[in-house]
Write a protein that binds this ligand. Structure first.
Ligand code: ZN
Ligand code: ZN
Length: 302
């Protein structure tokens, strides 16, 4: 009798523990769902022939970065995984050296969910192994060796000290001038001075046709020569510290990448290059790599 009572007591305690574990699990799942409302997780495992309500999101993403060239909005908004989308997924996998399956497999989905630069990867179907230039090799005039830049201080601090922002940007320009023919000089009154390069923090739809997307996703974008505009997403959690926490994005690393675009480099498939388009939270990459140096030297050598 006593043993039976003990057993039933233990069973009750055990089922309470199970219930608590299940509740905790539910809480973890729902909080990760809240954090990843922009996630591609629901598309994992999808392949040609299937349909899913999140497929238009994948189509828009691949279209935005040059992997899919739909001409009309109706195909872009369709929820069917068609042959064009499969080719686009394969092109994306080839560019990033993933297994070319045409399926939104785990590795592909992980990369889709990594923060990145907003500039496109492919401007033509041509497959290149390393650094890439803009169409027509857009670049600054060969006799122009000095570029002036300004950082627009719009009074919002985005959690940063403006002098720290200036220092991070200056360090990024110094890294490029050490590896190219350019020197860069800051002008501090952008409202009175016309500089070659304008750097500003922007949020959401900011009028250039390439809206930012809040926290996560796109981090920044910059124009090809001789546009000169660099926009940094003010909704990211930026850091200028040498010791970064895993939830922040290093401002100098991203600025270093975006200056590459301002000078005429497109994205590199070399995962070690600064011009590689994805950049993780908590990472620091403040020095140009061989591929970046070869790229900038090739662009301005002839
Ligand atoms: Zn980029
Ligand atoms: Zn912009």
């Amino acid at each position: 009798m006593a043993t039976n009572a003990m057993t039933s007591h233990c069973l009750k305690a055990f089922s309470v523990i199970i219930l608590v574990i299940q509740l905790l699990h539910l809480m973890v799942v729902s909080s990760s769902m809240i954090n990843s409302s922009n996630s591609f997780r629901s598309l994992e495992g999808l392949s040609k022939g299937k349909a899913h309500p999140a497929i238009p999101k994948l189509k828009r993403y691949l279209n935005k970065f040059g992997y899919l060239n739909y001409v009309n909005d109706s195909s872009l908004n369709g929820d069917h995984f068609d042959g064009d989308l499969e080719s686009a997924v394969k092109r994306f996998q080839r560019f990033f050296h993933l297994e070319v399956t045409g399926i939104v497999d785990w590795r592909t989905r992980k990369l889709l969910d990594t923060p990145r630069c907003g500039v496109l990867d492919l401007t033509s179907p041509k497959y290149s192994p390393q650094f890439e230039f803009y169409p027509g090799n857009a670049r600054w005039p060969m006799d122009k060796n000095e570029l002036e830049y300004s950082i627009v201080n719009n009074g919002k601090n985005y959690g940063l000290n403006f002098d720290d922002v200036r220092a991070a940007v200056r360090s990024a320009f110094n890294e490029w001038s050490a590896n190219s023919k350019f020197t860069f000089n800051e002008r501090s009154s952008p409202e009175f001075v016309t500089t070659d390069i304008y750097i500003s923090f922007q949020t959401g739809d900011h009028g250039d046709g390439y809206p930012f997307d809040g926290n996560g996703g796109i981090l920044a974008h910059a124009a090809a020569p001789v546009g000169g505009n660099m926009h940094i997403d003010g909704d990211e959690s930026w850091s200028t510290s040498d010791t970064i926490t895993p939830d922040k994005v290093d401002l100098m690393s991203v600025t270093l990448h975006e200056i590459g675009h301002l000078l005429g480099l497109l994205h590199s498939e070399d995962t070690s290059a600064v011009m590689y388009p994805y950049f993780d939270y908590g990472a620091i990459h403040r020095h140009l790599e061989d591929d970046d140096k070869k790229g900038i030297q090739a662009l301005y050598s002839a």
